[in-house]
Design a protein around this ligand. Sequence first.
Ligand SMILES: Cc1ncc(COP(=O)(O)O)c(C=O)c1O
Length: 446
Amino acid sequence: MSCGAGVAASAPIRDVRSFDEGNARMITCDSLVYLPFQPTGGALACDGVSIQSIVEHAGTPTYIYSARAIRESYRAIDEAFAAYRHAIHYALKANSTLAILRLLRSLGSRADANSGGEIRVARLAGFAPDEIVFTGVGKTREELEYAIGSEVGTINAESAGELDRIAAIAGAQGRTARVAVRVNPDIDAQSHPGISTGLKTNKFGVPLQEARGIYRARRETKGLRFVGVHIHIGSQITTLDPLTRAARSLVSLALELRDDGFQLEHLDLGGGLGIAYEAQPIINPADYAAAVIPELGRSGVPVVLEPGRAVVGYSGALVARVVDTKCFPDGRKFAVLDAGMGELIRPALYGSYHRIVPVTPRSGAEIAWDIVGPICESSDVFARDRALPPLEVDDLVAILDAGAYGSVMGSNYNRHLLPAEVMVDDGAWSVIRRRQTLEDVLALES
Ligand SMILES: Cc1ncc(COP(=O)(O)O)c(C=O)c1O
């Protein structure tokens, strides 16, 4: 059955964007963003490689990534900070598939790991221990023992108690751990509440006003060497003001600590730069650098950046197949995909918006579709009332801007299997993660 033009349940929502068609760059605010998924010859392609031809071999659902998009996004941040000593520690939590990490490492990136597992994956991808910062609000004793034993570059401590545990473990290992304290400045990142981390109601870091005392009280503690200060106020931040205020707070603390005799090696500003999921104005990395470099310059201390989403967000699409269509008497039309919240949970978790496009659009008037997944939860919805051409069973659709916080948040709910992942690079594609099998999942069970 197909759902043709009919009465829309409510006004369709259109993906309005301003494109520089020639080079597939989206113009958002005054920044140019490279968008890898563009129509080529009437069907969607990734960097010119046909999506249809990829999924004929790889199947659906599949994540497809553009290596070029990752390179371009990384370089935009790196070049923006060229005038100031900096290190980019890509945040693995956004996407830690090994091939993506290896690509980023080849560009000069370092790593921000949020768990013992992410440290291990970073090491497997080739990052040296001293290129890794270890963040995370609930580090276990085992994770700390592993991080300290591996001599990771910096452990960003989340509390005074954690610092004391680090000191005890380092002492027992006969080592000195390099540490920074993550401060919570009580700044509203003006992002989604679920991904804001810098308010006093959030669980992250130590209150800014207590940080100096925490450093001072442990200045002579055996096993600790204070090498930095850390802040991260949230993700998908699209206005400069909170980020600038956060940088200012961090630099002021660093100057106080310098007065106290601490010799800091870096100021870690965290990540947070947003991407234009809905063609909204976003922060150009050059504007971000221009806003925070004068603040950083007051200290002269090198900066560490931990971007995740802004590096990989645009690079990925989740390609899925329509497995059913339904028209309800009130006019509501559903297209049910073979991918759902188990593959990409952001819309169900945060109500996040993703552009959705048919891989080979059918002719006919656009109508309002509810694009939903197969999971037995009413929240398993990718989009409501989305204006799209007619859709039929077996059509392919691509859910765009899914490179960050997509595959990493996958689950086996309803015993769905994790999708394959493919990378397109220089006109060719390869599987960078094979599709999970039921045997893979059941291997853990007795
Ligand atoms: C400590 C820390 N650093 C970096 C990041 C990466 O953030 P984003 O992907 O928004 O750049 C996160 C994510 O929330 C984080 O918690």
